[in-house]
Each structure stands twice: as structure tokens, then as C-alpha cells.
Design a protein around this ligand. Structure first.
Ligand code: ZN
Length: 135
């Protein structure tokens, strides 16, 4: 068993994103109540229509690999025994991109690959986002 993974202490709109995701038990993104488009990271105004009317709603989890990096070294004790590990920039089916962790091995990840995003709820204020191979 690895040591405890570091916990981010989000605030402001990041906290709202993480609280929604933890509360729903699945990835939630900021959703404009006027134009219906999705945004990440969260903003006070919709970048598409400037509306202040938004909520954080569950998304499908369907995404694809936009880009990825392979880490061969980590200073975090919780991740040291996982190297080399892959970190993915995922493009969600709803549009926004976000960073996700994955247990997929470096040779098993390619750009454009379909993936499924799921939330690992750590506590009511934080969740990791993990990418898995799409079925
Ligand atoms: Zn909008």
C-alpha cells in the first residue's frame, strides 16, 4: 500500500467544482444556464455568452486523450512507487479539457484514444479524476 496521496485544498470556484463532483460521486462541470455550454476550469462568467447563470452538473465521463505525459520521477511519496505513470489531458465529450490521472501504462495510451473519466471522491471537498480505457 502506498502512502497517502496528497490532498489539494481548493477554494472559490475550484471548491464549487470539487464539492459538486464529490456530492454527485461523478465528474461534474460548470454548465451555463443560458447558452448550455460547458466550461472548465470554472469561471464567474460564461466564456461563450458572459452569463453569470451557471450550475455544476454531472457529465457523461466520455472523453478522449488530447495529450499526455509520462512521469519517470516523483517527489511525492504517494506517487513514487507508481513511476513511470501517465497523466492525461482529457477532452470531454461536452467540450472542456481537464487533467486526469490514470493507471494505464505509457505504452497503452495514445492521442485520440477514447477514455472514460470517473471521480475518486476523497472527501466532500476534493476528488481525483481518473481516466480508464473506454469499453
Ligand atoms: Zn453561456
Amino acid at each position: 500500500m502506498s502512502s497517502t496521496k496528497p490532498k489539494v485544498q481548493p477554494d472559490d470556484l475550484d471548491l464549487a467544482f470539487f464539492e459538486a463532483t464529490a456530492g454527485a460521486g461523478q465528474l461534474c462541470l460548470q454548465h451555463c444556464g443560458d447558452c448550455g455550454r460547458w466550461t472548465h476550469p470554472a469561471r464567474y462568467y460564461c466564456p461563450h455568452c458572459a452569463s453569470e447563470n451557471y450550475s455544476f452538473d454531472p457529465v457523461s465521463g466520455k472523453a478522449e486523450v488530447h495529450s499526455f505525459t509520462v512521469s519517470h520521477f516523483s517527489v511525492e511519496s504517494a506517487w513514487k512507487d507508481r513511476v513511470p505513470y501517465v497523466t492525461i489531458v482529457a477532452e470531454t465529450a461536452e467540450g472542456p479539457r481537464l487533467v486526469a490521472r490514470t493507471d494505464l501504462k505509457p505504452g497503452d495510451v495514445s492521442i485520440g484514444q477514447p477514455i472514460l473519466l470517473r471521480a475518486e471522491v476523497v472527501d466532500p471537498e476534493f476528488s481525483y479524476v481518473w481516466a480508464e480505457k473506454a469499453a
